[in-house]
Each structure stands twice: as C-alpha cells, then as structure tokens.
Design a protein around this ligand. Structure first.
Ligand SMILES: [Zn+2]
Length: 468
C-alpha cells in the first residue's frame, strides 16, 4: 500500500466506512480493529490513492488519432472545424467514452475543461469526482457584457446540474482567445463567487510570438478561422505569464495549464502569486510545444499536478504512461537522473494534483478522514516480476490495463476489471458513430492534417493542393 503521504506499507489494509477512509495500517491490525467489517482481499496488488487528472477534456475522446501529426498551430486551427461539426448528443457520447476510460485507468478525480455540460453529465453518470471548468472565449470587448451574461447563464446551469462529487469553475481558454478585459471580468466573478479558474497558458511558441509581437499563426490564420480578423492585434512585448500578471488574474485559485514557454522570471511570478500548474508532458511533446521546466517549478515550490490533456492531443488517458513520460523527458532534458524519481512522480499524479486543485484536505492520499478514493493495481503479472519496490514497478512498468479496481467515495466503479454501473459496449458503440462523422468531416476537406504525406489519411483536395 502506498498511502503517498506516509511510507510504503507491506501487507497494508484500508478501513472504509461510507464514503470516507477510517483506518490505514498493517492489514492484521485493521481487520482486528474492525471485526464486523466485510473484508476484501486484493491479493498481490498495489493499493494507492486514485489518480488526480489535473487537466482533461473528456468530451474530445472520440477525436483521438485524428490529428496525430500536426504541429500545435495547425492542430488547434483544425480543431476549430472539427469541433463545430458535432451535436451536443455526440459530445455526450464522446465524453462518456472518456469517463469510461478514466475509471478503468484508475483516475478518480478529473479537472475537466469543457464548453458545454457534456463532460459534467458523463462524469456524473460514471461516478467520478472532480471539477468542470467552463470554457470561455472572447476577444471582442464590445461584446464583453454579452459574453459575461452568457457565462453567468452557463455557470448557473452547470452548478444546478453538478452532482455532489463535482464543483464548477471557469476556464478563460487562453491568452490568444480571451481579451485582457474578459480575463479580468472572469477573475472578478470567480473571486466574488469563490470559484476556481484555469487557463491554458504559455503552451506553444505560437502563443509566445502572438503575445510578444502580435504576429505569427495566431495573429493571422487562427483569428481568420475564428472570424476575428477585423479585431486589432496588439503586441504586448512580454511573456504570456507577465501579460496575465499585469491584469491581476493570478491568485492561489488559478490553475495555469501547460507553462511550457516560461522563463525563470515567469516561474518566480507563479510562485509569488501561488498559482498552481497542471503539467501535460505527453501532449506538449506530441504537439511539438516543448518541455515544461518542471525542475525549476519544483525548486521554487510551485504546486504542480499531472494531466493527460485531451485524447485529441495525447490519445490515451493513462496516468502511468503520463508519469513515465514525465520522468523520462525531464531526466533526458536535464541530463540528470536526480531531477525526478518514481515516488515523486506518483506524488505529483495524486496528492500534487489534489494540492493544485485545492482538494488536498479530501483526496490525494490514503489517510483517515479523506474520501475513500483509491485503486488497486494488479502486480501479479510477469511484466512486474520480480518486484520489491512498488513505486518503481508502477512508474516504470505499469499501464492502464493493470488497474484491478477503482473506488470513488467508497463506491467500486470498476471491480475485478469490470464496470459496475456502466454499459461499456453501448458507450463504445455510440462513440464509434461519432468517430465516423469526424472522419467524414476531415475527409470533406478544410481540415489540415499533418499526416497528408503519409498517404493514409487524405483530405478531399486534389493532389498537391494546399488545404485549407
Ligand atoms: Zn486543454
């Protein structure tokens, strides 16, 4: 058992009453202390807190693999088209597939960013814990009042629909899609109502170029695609972090997602404002954005959690794979093995995420009083043998298929590798239908696909024709 906030327990036991943990210790002591309790023997497995996925977009689960080889600027421009082609029901089908994957992958909490309520409904049906960050876009300050009343309306709807395990926050999308005044208006509303805020910040070099010099792909192609080409583009001359700092949007309730394009100065600003960071190493690497300076952030003491990002960018929601990629990338970049080890990775993926989301009093570690959100990972299989260090087995060897059970608030949502409350086949079937529509949308043209040269995935344009 890995309580995370305490040392490893061989033959560990966990006592659960209702939705909370009431005891953690050696299994014989726990069973002796609760003689009338039902005992579940999890065999040769590692018991640990459920993963806290600090950044996801489960409504994009059906998008996985569609834009595998686009660089960030083209990828996000293409997504504008693909996203517009789905109905709310189709988004729900896609989100349900994501919730299904989260449960079987040992994710018990998601911090999900979504425009509509699809991911909220899917996560509620699945029994996941988490937060929905409602996405907001807007660069036209003449429409600021209209945008904010729309935000208030969507917020009220989402709060009314949120199940007990979920709360609702706000997500001004990114510095290139949200004006400084809209960022400030959202901050004001969030502070007034006690809401958490997340934003995609300092993700790509395109964003850096746009904020610094008002030029590049975001100043032209992206704004044209969004219909914003008539709006004035201003060069701000600073980094995205300094840009947001000057509008006073940073505080301890702000989660900055990505933070790849950050300097030492930027890291110090994040620390000074106690901004939390969601690290998405696979998504950033796959889209060619770069590697977040994790060592600097940890050195400064910034709260950091781990996120898979959306399946549209990182394909799978496997937190084991995400931890492993994080460890390998940072050791490779820093040319230093001491920068990160397996226990630190597990901590970032559990308690670190809880701290980043402000949920550390309730989740992230196995401690009496916290919610009974835990998983068991089967380590009886040959790819773990021989095992004498559980942290190492999980980070270097495990994957999402090794999860045996997933429990949220004392409810086993996944038990002996089977879903207890979801019809997995029906969910997969519905998502395949959505995927077919997305494929047709891409084939109909107008969508950039970086894999065009490889020939397997063609747009409708004539050979050699530039699209769009
Ligand atoms: Zn995102």
């Amino acid at each position: 058992m890995l309580p995370v906030a305490a040392p490893v327990l061989a033959d560990g036991g966990l006592a659960v009453s209702g939705e909370r943990i009431i005891g953690v210790g050696p299994a014989p002591d726990i069973t002796a202390a609760h003689p009338r309790a039902r005992v579940v023997d999890l065999g040769r497995s590692v018991i640990m807190p459920g993963f806290v996925n600090c950044h996801s977009h489960i409504e994009y689960t059906s998008f996985r693999g569609i834009l595998d080889d686009s660089e960030f600027g083209d990828w996000i421009i293409s997504l504008v088209d693909v996203k517009a082609s789905l109905t709310p029901e189709e988004y729900l089908a896609s989100a349900k597939l994501g919730a299904l994957e989260a449960i079987s992958s040992g994710i018990t909490t998601i911090a999900d960013t979504s425009y509509g309520a699809a991911s909220l409904q899917a996560a509620a049906e699945a029994g996941l814990r988490g937060r929905l960050y409602l996405e907001v876009f807007g660069v036209d300050d003449k429409r600021l009042d209209e945008t904010m009343s729309d935000v208030e309306r969507r917020l009220a709807e989402a709060q009314a629909a949120a199940p007990p395990r979920f709360d609702v926050g706000l997500a001004p999308h990114a510095p290139y899609t949200v004006s400084s005044r809209l960022y400030q208006a959202i901050s004001g509303l969030a502070r007034e109502r006690g809401l958490k805020v997340m934003s995609h910040v300092a993700e790509s070099k395109e964003e850096l170029t746009y904020i610094r010099s008002g030029s590049g792909k975001f100043a032209h192609d992206y704004r044209e695609k969004m219909g914003w080409e008539r709006m004035l583009v201003q060069p701000f001359g600073v980094s995205p972090i300094k840009y947001l700092q000057q509008w006073d949007v940073f505080d301890p309730d702000f989660l900055a997602v990505h933070c790849v394009q950050v300097s030492r100065d930027d890291v110090r600003i994040l620390k000074a404002k106690d901004v939390a960071v969601a690290h998405c190493p696979k998504s950033n690497a796959k889209l060619g954005c770069g590697v977040m300076p994790l060592a600097d952030l940890l050195h400064e003491g910034v709260r950091v959690g781990l996120g898979t990002d959306s399946p549209a960018s990182s394909n799978i929601m496997d937190m084991f794979d995400e931890m492993r990629t994080m460890l390998f990338l940072h050791r490779a970049v820093e040319r230093d093995v001491t920068v990160l080890d397996a226990p630190k990775c597990v901590r970032i993926a559990t308690l670190g995420g809880a701290e980043a989301l402000g949920m550390q009093d309730d989740i992230g570690s196995l401690e009496p009083g916290k919610f009974a959100d835990f998983i068991a990972v089967d380590v009886s299989k040959s790819h773990f043998a021989p095992i004498d260090e559980p942290y190492s087995a999980l980070v270097y060897g495990a994957n999402q298929d090794d999860v045996l059970i997933t429990v949220v608030g004392g409810d086993a949502l996944f038990h002996e590798r089977a879903y207890t409350g979801l019809d997995a086949e029906a969910i997969r079937r519905a998502a395949v239908g959505v995927r077919q529509k997305l494929r047709d949308r891409v084939r109909a043209g107008g969508v950039l696909v970086g894999a065009a040269e490889s020939g397997w995935w063609q747009t409708a344009g004539a050979p050699g024709e530039e699209t769009p």
